[in-house]
Structures are given as structure tokens and as C-alpha cells.
Design a protein around this ligand. Sequence first.
Ligand code: HEM
Length: 189
Amino acid sequence: MKIKNYSAVYRIIHWSIAICMVLLLITIFLRLTWMNKNNVAEIIQNYLNTTDQSLTQDQLIVLAKKIRQPMWDWHLYLGYVLTGLFSIRFLLPLIGEMKFQNPFKKELILKEKFQNFIYLIFYGCVVTSLSTGLLIIFGPATIKKSMEAIHVLSIYYLMAFLILHICGVLLSEFTNQKGIVSKIISGNK
Ligand code: HEM
């Protein structure tokens, strides 16, 4: 199978998106683990138990969220950067760069059809995550809860895509597309 050439624009956008997504995943991971509000509240509670002071559970949670906020601000910053990057990515085909590949093209082999189809699903899911994220912040209060319910599901497709994508790329590298990894990093040398 012929290996594609990845232009500088393609590579810059690809790796900018990849880095942002990994950092975004780290913020989600921290929120679910070490910086989980219940964990932090428990740490504060345990400390207060060794002193003569006490706080209600609600106060502990407010304090825990305040401690977590500077970390979580990065989730929002990365969300804004990703919105910009994906907007650029969706506009690039207009100038002939990073064109979308049609998964239904007859001449493609099954693996390529599957790969292109996965990218389309991924883009659909990303648009949903970004728009629900923006609506949580800037949308009307009445839809906030339903937007949150959809937004929190993002982690599932993101993990599934990353595992599939990295395994797919490695499989290509070690079978019929040797050099694909170095091409997406340093281009067509
Ligand atoms: C968070 C991590 C990553 C994300 C979100 C991501 C996302 C994507 C997306 C959406 C595409 C399709 C671009 C398009 O044509 O529209 C793509 C292509 C590609 N990615 Fe990644 N990627 C990630 C990490 C990686 C890594 C670690 C590698 C290599 C080791 C890699 C190698 C490639 C290659 C070779 C292509 C081109 C495949 C083709 O020709 O269709 N990616 N990536």
C-alpha cells in the first residue's frame, strides 16, 4: 500500500490536536482520581479531626472544589484551544489541505474504508463534545444539566478512538506501511 505524504500543515495540526487531547485527558483523569472533590474533602476532614475545628460536608465540598479549580481551569483553556484547532482543521480542505477521505470510495481496501469511517465518527463525536462543553459555559442555564450529561460521555469515545488509532498506526508501521510513524512526525524525507 502506498504511504501518503503528510504536509507540514497536516503534521502541525495533527500533533497540536494530539497534545491538547492528551493534556485534556490528564485533567479528566485528575478530576476522577487524586483531585476528586470527595477525596479532597476527606483529606481536609481528616486534618480538621486532628484540630478543634469542624466544617459541614457542604462546606468541605465547596473548599475541595475551590482547591481543584486552578487545575480544572486548564480543562477549559484546552477546550477553547481545541475548538480553534478543529475549526482550522474543518476549514483546511477549502484550501486543498487535510482533505476529508470518503470511506465509501470504491477503490479503497476494507482497512482504508474502516479507517476513514472511524475518523468521520471521531470528528462527529469531537464536535458534540466541544459544542456541549461550550453550551455548558455560555448556554442558557435551563439546558446546562442535559449538556453536562452528554459532555461527560466524551471520555468513552476518546479512549476507544485513541486505543484503536494507536494500535492501527502501529499495525500499519509493522506490516504494509513501514515508515508511516516517521512520516507523520518529520514528513516526507
Ligand atoms: C491524542 C492522540 C491522537 C489523536 C487525537 C490523533 C488524531 C488523529 C486524527 C483525527 C487523524 C485523521 C486526520 C485527518 O486526516 O483528518 C489522525 C491521523 C494520523 N495519526 Fe493520529 N492522533 C493521535 C496520536 C497519534 C500518534 C501517537 C501517532 C503515531 C505514533 C499518530 C499517527 C497518525 C497517522 C500516521 C495518521 C495518518 C493516517 C492516515 O494516513 O490516514 N497519531 N490522527
